[in-house]
Design a protein around this ligand. Structure first.
Ligand code: SAM
Ligand code: SF4
Length: 498
């Protein structure tokens, strides 16, 4: 494709009518002055007031901007501890001791945008560019399956060579791969989430038809002036086009969306309020908040000095505080932490409030099949936690956590407003508990090392005992159905869920 054609394609990306329709009196939902004012006013909150806010979080009610700002401004160590304890209670109430795993798959690093912090930006001449062919995507998928994964997030730069038709083809290729595990049982990728550039509604409808799970778009920074500086050209320079990407997804029928902010571009408290404002506007417009929130921290990238130049890097201490604040502010949402983080903080983020993560990840384009080592010019950034899925599952099992590969919610139609109601009432968690046991049983039988299996059996035993005691499962035929499925899995059947 010629440069002129790429330029032409780039100009067709943003459709202003699909932004304007969501504005209220011509304004978007990020009022920068109001956010700064709220943060400034929220100082010295008294303890009783903080306790009222924590009660609200415990009732799984989303907090207001003012309440979130009050929590973000707490510095008293005792109150911070109380907040962290409540955050944990909130997490246990909605997600119990489960952690969901996914594998990232980078399909293309060609990009027309100029994001100054990303190694894929079009001006970076040292980055090796590549777009995977269908056979290459299939090869990568086989490698990911060999680790035991069932869920993927596919990642794309914004480029005509990786347009919506390419993305649909990639989903189709991945779903088409069916393999045998080392124990000769059947396996395949059961859910594919997509992290790609904002799209128009008709393109999003195509992704919906192809069986997309969550559609993720991170705003990077909600601070408009910083956004302008970080995105000097390309469709991504349009703040509002990105701000309403998840609204358009909802309208296209993709009612499972993931928001996020790239921490380190602007003040973390501002970004947290931006995320809460985003959740509020999605709730206002569609009655559905973000199913997940991601909190990637900025890392050094090829050809970029943003990391070294940043005044806003979030250190580990602040990172943990921030996770607690988000956990409390949007209690129903899944929180994603990635293997960008080094093992210690990666695990702490999970114990504090995160509910989804990745392991055994390779983020170079084609890196799973090549089994290549990390190289800054061949991937978007460097991973901090390069342990295998088995190693991470083992550590989490020793900490009392159950790994879930459940993909049932989306396949049973428990998405959108249905899942929101179920999450608020705690009912979704009850189904998840059963599906976590079923999918962890599969993993232990098919892939686990001896040490992971030993640690995992203890967790399964505890979960089965709890399930046995919980009245909820006596309703209808649920317990009977679960017991049958569990026996079926032990006998070698796969992919059964409630
Ligand atoms: N091109 C699409 C977009 O920008 O939305 C999707 C792919 S992009 C590779 C996925 C995410 O990577 C971005 O939304 C950004 O938050 C994150 N990212 C980019 N550069 C990063 C860096 N240096 N460190 C950590 N995360 C980064
Ligand atoms: Fe392209 Fe996304 Fe990287 Fe920006 S963050 S340069 S849009 S791949």
């Amino acid at each position: 494709m010629s440069l002129a054609q790429i330029h032409q394609w780039s100009k067709t990306r943003v459709q202003e009518t699909e932004v304007d329709k969501y504005l209220i009196n011509g304004r978007d939902f990020i009022d920068g002055c109001a956010i700064e004012q709220v943060l400034e006013n929220a100082c010295n909150p008294d303890r009783a007031w903080i306790r009222d806010i924590l009660e609200k979080s415990l009732a799984i009610e989303r907090l207001t901007l003012e309440e979130t700002a009050l929590l973000a401004n707490v510095t008293d160590p005792d109150v911070l501890n109380e907040m962290a304890d409540t955050g944990l209670k909130v997490k246990r109430k909605v997600y119990d001791n489960r952690i969901v795993f996914f594998a990232p798959l980078y399909c293309s690093n060609c990009c027309i945008n100029g994001c100054v912090y990303c190694g894929f930006n079009s001006g970076n001449t040292v980055e090796r560019r590549r777009t995977l062919t269908r056979p290459e995507i299939i090869e990568e998928t086989k490698q990911v399956l060999a680790e035991g994964h069932k869920r993927m997030i596919v990642v794309f730069g914004e480029h005509p060579s990786s347009d919506v038709n390419y993305i649909c083809n990639a989903l189709n290729a991945i779903y088409s791969v069916h393999r045998k595990t080392p124990q000769k049982t059947a396996t395949s990728i059961r859910r594919i989430n997509v992290n790609a550039a904002p799209m128009c509604i008709s393109d999003l409808q195509k992704l919906h038809r192809e069986g997309i799970g969550t559609f993720q778009v991170f705003q990077e920074t909600y601070h408009k002036e910083t956004y302008r500086q970080m995105h000097p050209f390309g469709p991504k320079a349009n703040y509002r086009w990105r701000l309403y990407a998840l609204h358009r997804a909802m309208e296209a029928g993709v009612d499972d969306v993931g928001a996020g902010a790239l921490l380190g571009l602007h003040d973390w408290k501002y970004e947290v309020l931006g995320l809460v404002a985003h959740a509020m506007d999605l709730e206002r417009a569609f009655n559905i908040g973000p199913h997940t929130v991601s909190v990637p921290r900025l890392t050094p990238a090829s050809g970029s000095s943003t990391y070294i130049d940043s005044r806003y890097l979030v250190n580990d201490k602040l990172f943990k505080r921030m996770i607690t604040v988000i956990r409390l502010a949007i209690p129903y949402t899944g929180l994603i932490v990635t293997a960008r983080e080094k093992p210690g903080i990666h695990m702490q983020a999970i114990t504090l409030g995160c509910t989804q993560t990745d392991a055994s990840s390779k983020i170079g384009v084609g890196a799973y099949a090549a089994q290549s080592e990390q190289h800054i010019d061949h991937q978007q950034f460097m991973l901090g936690d390069t342990r295998t899925l088995d190693e991470v599952i083992h550590e989490l099992a020793k900490m009392g956590m159950i790994t879930s590969f459940c993909t049932a919610g989306y396949r049973c139609g428990r998405t959108g407003d249905k899942i929101m109601k179920l999450l608020h009432s705690g009912t979704e968690g009850k189904f998840c508990k059963l599906n976590a046991v079923l999918t962890f049983r599969e993993y232990l039988d098919d892939y686990a090392s001896a040490q992971t299996r030993a640690a995992g059996e203890k967790i399964i035993e505890q979960e089965l005992a709890q399930i046995e005691q919980m009245d909820f499962y006596n309703k209808g035929a649920l317990r009977k159905q679960f017991n049958k499925y569990y026996s079926d899995i032990c006998a070698g059947q796969r992919d059964v869920y409630v």
